[in-house]
Design a binder for this molecule. Structure first.
Ligand code: AMP
Length: 170
């Protein structure tokens, strides 16, 4: 099944010059969604991970469905000030300014193997911060997994020494 045809290009969103990869047609189609989750699971299953960690907010959609498919739990990595309990924070650079991700400090136990999931790899800054959160908690990143990779942005270079996988590349 060709998943590429379920990705809609939206020019100049959220600002001029950005070609936004819209995953909502893929989410809306039952067969495409199921195929996506099956393909993600096929990449992760051999790695014997303990949990999936998903990045807010589109990453949650794939992380949660993947966790269910694998029969393992989910760790949400959230935007600042959303999580209620004690947490770790990591910041990353945006085009203008910075943003942060937070994770509950007891979400991952030392030695656990984690599959990190987001919808799309662009510059790699977001996933790099997510990786630091996992590693600060004593976990190890078994894979950084994406539905889409914008390979011309070389985001992989910000994720050295860890497997990086994407179902679709542009
Ligand atoms: P980055 O930190 O540059 O790798 O950006 C990745 C994050 O930004 C992901 O959570 C994506 O959802 C979002 N993102 C960046 N560029 C795009 C794009 N062209 N289309 C859709 N989402 C994007």
């Amino acid at each position: 099944m060709d998943l590429v045809r379920f990705i809609r290009d939206v020019p100049d969103f959220p600002k001029p010059g950005i070609l936004f990869k819209d995953i909502t047609p893929l989410l809306r189609d039952g067969a495409a969604l199921r195929e996506t989750v099956h393909q993600l699971a096929a990449r992760v299953r051999p790695l014997r991970v303990d949990a999936v960690a998903g990045i807010e907010s589109r990453g949650f959609l794939f992380a949660a469905t993947l966790a269910l498919e694998l029969g393992i739990g989910l760790v949400p990595l959230r935007k600042p000030n959303k999580l209620p309990y004690r947490k770790l924070r990591e910041s990353y650079a945006l085009e203008y300014g910075t943003d942060s991700l937070e994770m509950h400090e007891d979400a991952i136990k030392p030695g656990e193997r984690i599959a990190l999931v987001d919808d799309l790899l662009a510059t790699g800054g977001t996933m790099s911060a997510a990786r630091r959160l996992v590693e600060r908690s004593g976990g190890s990143v078994a894979v950084c997994l994406f539905v889409i990779e914008l390979s011309f942005l070389n985001g992989r270079e910000k994720l050295p020494d860890v497997p990086v996988e994407a179902l679709l590349r542009f």
